[in-house]
Design a protein around this ligand. Structure first.
Ligand code: NAD
Ligand code: MG
Length: 408
């Protein structure tokens, strides 16, 4: 095997980002080999991935699912099958691995992604929740262990692409100790968002919104949790926090701009008046290929952008009354410490309850606000405290949910 071929672990391989990553990797077998894939409990989907992409290791989140996968694949293909949370971290930090795609959804992605950072890997970060809940700790670990962090979220990847190449290099390795984009003439970061499916929906009908309506994003095809986050615009709130950590800026340096076509994926404004934008069709294979190949460009399979067909690019101000989650995310940044982990945990539980039709769409923001007002945050980046406050927030929301169901 050539030394220049990089071994890749895809955490969350059965998801939307995971499958797009496998697609890009399969176009570049001269550059990458698949070391490991992981998934929660989707055994059939995982078996299909193993057959099609032939990883060395496949990890399921629990041992029962791992046993089922073994049964499905026995006598068929050669693959080491493991189960459990520790195995997720093992394949993220294993010695042969060069690159880790962090594409598990939610806070469960934190530990394996941290393991990858501690093992000094190139991390392609899709799992924004990990950075939201433990940004300071995560960025410090990347720097301390010589890891390399590249953003996959389309907006953050776009911002990254609009920065000067020497500065890109600093950012990937130096976390919070770089001089900051101001030193490179950056005046402002413009974080774009489509506004989701309810950008113009009548506000007085928000409490009737169904999970089916909420997951039907007009431009992007994504997993259910991030689709609901896009509909409440908590996704943009989480991305604001993500941008602050990734680019070492304050939330005041980031302006959220609604751009309904999702063609511009974000912009960087410089002090000479220049505004650089990254454009492309809304297909996550572009940021994935960008981060896999960086600093080189590699093909992604994405259709070329036809600007004549797009014809118009529109921009609007984001309305925090329509989307209270944006205000809550800003509040969490201002409070600092574990308040971002509390915001994130409350959101995860509330979104799950909404997806299971237990609560109305409008309850999501209400529950998050109640949690932020009831669970005290701590000014620390200790992992133990982050996990404790995450847990306290989850318990608080679950308690509120049980009160709500008793009222019905
Ligand atoms: P998804 O729901 O499609 O996939 C999630 C993946 O995580 C699956 O492989 C699932 O098996 C795994 N997973 C879920 N729970 C798990 C658990 N308890 N233990 C182990 N694995 C578990 O989600 P997605 O849309 O691919 O998003 C993944 C991440 O990428 C999220 O953090 C999301 O915010 C981020 N992201 C996604 C997009 C997108 O276009 N889909 C864009 C930007 C960022
Ligand atoms: Mg995004």
């Amino acid at each position: 095997m050539s030394a220049s071929i990089k071994a890749v672990t895809v955490l969350g391989a059965t998801g939307s980002i995971g499958l797009s990553t496998l697609d890009v990797l399969s176009r570049h077998t001269d550059r990458f080999r698949l070391y490991a894939v992981t998934a929660n409990t989707q055994v059939e989907k995982m078996a299909e991935i193993c057959r099609n992409y032939r990883p060395e290791v496949a990890v399921m989140a629990d041992t029962a699912s791992a046993e089922q996968l073994k049964k499905l694949l026995q006598n068929e293909i050669e693959v080491t099958i493991l189960g459990g949370a520790e195995a997720l971290s093992e394949v993220a930090s294993a010695e042969p691995v060069d690159v880790v795609m962090a594409a598990i959804v939610g806070s469960v992605g934190l530990m394996p992604t941290l393991s990858a950072a501690r093992a000094g890997k190139r991390i392609l970060l899709a799992n924004k929740e990990a950075l939201v809940m433990a940004g300071h700790l995560f960025m410090s670990e990347v720097e301390k262990h010589g890891a390399e962090l590249l953003p996959i979220d389309s907006e953050h990847n776009a911002i990254f692409q609009c920065l000067e190449s020497n500065y890109q290099r600093e950012l990937t390795t130096q976390g919070l100790n770089n001089e900051g984009p101001e030193s490179k003439g950056v005046a402002k970061i413009l974080l774009t968002g489509s506004g989701g499916p309810f950008r113009e929906y009548p506000l007085d009908k928000f409490d009737e919104i169904t999970p089916e309506q909420a997951v039907a994003h007009p431009n992007w095809s994504m997993g259910p949790k991030i689709s609901v986050d896009s509909a409440t615009m908590m996704n943009k709130g989480l991305e604001l926090i993500e941008a602050c950590w990734l680019f070492n800026v304050s939330h005041d340096d980031v302006e959220i701009v609604l751009h309904k076509q999702s063609i511009i994926h974000s912009m960087v404004a410089y002090n000479d008046g220049s505004v650089l934008a990254q454009m492309g069709n809304p297909d996550m294979r572009t940021p994935i290929a960008n981060a896999l190949g960086w600093p080189e460009r590699i093909s992604s399979g994405v259709e070329p952008l036809d600007l004549i067909q797009v014809s118009q690019l529109n921009f609007e101000k984001a309305d925090e009354n329509r989307f209270p989650c944006l205000r809550l995310a800003r509040q969490a940044i201002q409070r600092g410490g574990t308040s971002m982990a509390i915001l994130n945990a409350a959101n995860e539980v509330a979104v799950q309850a909404f997806l299971q039709s237990q609560i109305a769409f409008t309850h999501i923001a209400e529950l998050i606000e109640q949690t932020m007002n009831n669970i005290p945050h701590q000014q620390t980046d200790s992992l133990q405290q982050i996990l404790a406050d995450d847990q306290a927030a989850r318990e608080f929301v679950n308690h509120q949910l049980s009160l709500m169901s008793a009222d019905c």
